[in-house]
Every structure is written in C-alpha cells, then in structure tokens.
Write a new protein. Structure first.
Length: 206
C-alpha cells in the first residue's frame, strides 16, 4: 500500500496495531478522521489520552474505574454478598449487558494455564479469598469460560475456600464447552447466570 504522505501512513500504521483492524480498515478510519472537523478530531484524541492516563482499577474487584472503588462495588443497591468471578473486564461488560445480575464482581485478570506460563500467583486469587473471608460472602458465582483452563481455575479456588462455608456455583452450561463468554448472546448468558449450578454438579456433569 503506497502513501503520498508519511503522516497519513504513520496514522494508518498506528490504527492497524489495534486487534481486528487491517490496513484497509485502518486507512478507511484515518480518511474518515480527515473529513471530520479538526476540533472533533482533537476531542477524540484527547479523550483517548485522558482515558489511558486517568483510568484506574478498582481496589476491591479489579474492574475498570474512575475512582479507587468502581461504580458497581460502590452501588448500595447491588447485592454485596454475591460475587461473580470472571476472567477479564470483557466478561463484566458482557454480563452487565444482560441486566440479569445484581451482585458484584471479582476480576481474576486471567485463568490458570500452565502451558502459557500462567500460575495462581499471577492472578487476583489471593485477594478474592481474602474478600470472601472478610466480607462474609454468601455465594461465589464462577463465570469463567467453559474449558479446561477455566475448570482448573475453579477447582483451585474452590480448594482454597474449603471450610469457609461460602456457597460456590457456576453458570449453567448454556455456554458450550470451549466457548467464550464475551461472544455469547445476551439471552444465553442471562439464562446461564439465572440457572447457575453448584460447582460439584458442574464438575460431575449431573
């Protein structure tokens, strides 16, 4: 792809670094920005810079936040005794879009995957165990991707919480084994949360 302007080429190359964006799509986006009013483009750029510089991670659940505690954790209308454990922020957004869950979250920041060099110490597991014990959590819902790594992570955390008395459940298998939560349609995901199962039943297939 030949460019008559190095400025245009540099902009296209930067957009092309984004996931799912090829050179042609990047060019289309850059050309669209060129058609926009300069003040709007400046506002667009400033919004991205401000987001990157000022965004925080909730000190309680590790979700994205504007303050030390996210808007979900600080919402008194949410069920504070109900924690949904997810792999990443993408799953929080997916579950929130269903409007069927009124508890709070805990973002692990990944799942246990020895083949990828990811162990329990690299995830937000110890803070979760501490939360459950300190906050007298009644139920822990695992909403991890239904695959071997997700199952391993659930099993590990369940063992860490043995004897705590907390109820441990997982979303129903409306999500196919090997599938990913962020790509599930809202109705399937909503039903999976509503019809969640005890982890023991999930692991034995009963």
């Amino acid at each position: 792809m030949q460019f008559s302007s190095s400025l245009l080429e540099n902009a296209v190359n930067e957009f092309a670094k984004l996931p799912g964006i090829g050179k042609k799509t990047a060019l289309r986006l850059v050309l669209h920005l060129l058609k926009m009013d300069a003040s709007n483009v400046q506002g667009f750029g400033e919004t991205l810079i401000r987001m990157r510089q000022e965004i925080k991670f909730c000190q309680r659940c590790y979700n994205i936040a504007d303050a030390d505690i996210c808007s979900i954790c600080s919402n008194s209308m949410r069920k504070q005794e109900l924690i949904c454990v997810v792999e990443s922020i993408r799953e929080v957004i997916a579950i929130e879009s269903t409007q069927q869950y009124n508890g709070i979250y805990h973002v692990l920041g990944g799942i246990i995957s020895p083949l990828d060099g990811i162990g329990p110490d690299q995830l937000n597991i110890e803070p979760l165990v501490s939360r459950v014990l300190k906050e007298h959590t009644q139920e822990l819902i695992f909403a991890l991707n239904p695959n071997i790594q997700g199952d391993t992570t659930i099993y590990y955390i369940q063992k860490k919480l043995q004897g705590s008395g907390v109820k441990v459940t997982t979303i129903a298998r409306g999500i196919a084994f090997g599938g990913e939560l962020e790509y599930a349609d809202e109705m399937t995901l909503a039903r999976s949360i509503t019809n969640r199962l005890p982890v023991e039943s999930y692991r034995t297939g009963k």
